[in-house]
Write a protein of this length. Structure first.
Length: 203
């Protein structure tokens, strides 16, 4: 599988800003809460497919997206997703999920920014429950090979219809951290509460 290409990512970021962002106009707030360097886990609200390219357009650094493994089944799509920073996760098979999360360790050691949608799927009209198992797997990587505590950055996305398009508010909050996997449920609950507030109380 093709490896991540920063130049290809920058091209994709530029392309989204020149196309999708003409219909979905971005207003980004709270960029001061984004760590100046990674590693960091970016945790946005998830309600539609546009969330994925719009987060990439809104945040300056290259991002790596945790995505369901089914998206990587077609060869051409697999190559594109990998070059754009996609990381496959098999949510149906716990052993495969754990293996793919171990593959995140080198990225985190290289100070990568990882995007995890904590709801795990689209939830429209409200903020759904977070999937604490995925966050627990990330917390298990802390302390390995010098990796310190990971900051989890909550991000609200709010879509407002404007004319033929939308205004999309991307709102970042202060990072949250936890000392270990035993705190995954509490961390997930706090993240979802912050995300709801950053969305204005809903989705």
């Amino acid at each position: 599988m093709r490896s991540f290409s920063p130049n290809f990512y920058r091209f994709g970021q530029w392309l989204v800003r020149q196309t999708i962002c003409r219909l979905y106009r971005l207003r980004v707030r709270g960029l001061e809460h984004l760590p100046p360097v990674g590693p960091a886990i970016i945790c946005p609200k998830h309600q539609r497919w546009e969330d994925i390219p719009l987060i990439g357009a809104a945040l300056p650094p290259p991002l790596h997206y945790i995505a369901k493994a089914e998206l990587f089944q077609r060869p051409l799509v697999r190559e594109l997703l990998a070059a754009w920073g996609g990381v496959p996760v098999d949510r149906e098979r716990p052993r495969a999920t754990l293996s793919s999360f171990k593959g995140l360790l080198p990225l985190l050691q290289q100070r990568a920014m990882i995007v995890l949608f904590p709801e795990g799927t689209y939830v429209r009209g409200k903020v759904g429950p977070g999937k604490h198992r995925l966050i627990q797997l990330l917390l298990r990587l802390q302390g390995r090979d010098g990796l310190g505590l990971l900051p989890f950055v909550p991000v609200g996305l709010t879509y407002r219809r404007q004319g033929l398009g939308y205004e999309v508010e991307v709102n970042l909050g202060p990072p949250l951290m936890a000392s270990g996997p035993g705190q995954a449920e509490d961390l997930t609950r706090m993240l979802m509460e912050r995300i709801a507030r950053l969305c204005g109380g809903g989705g």
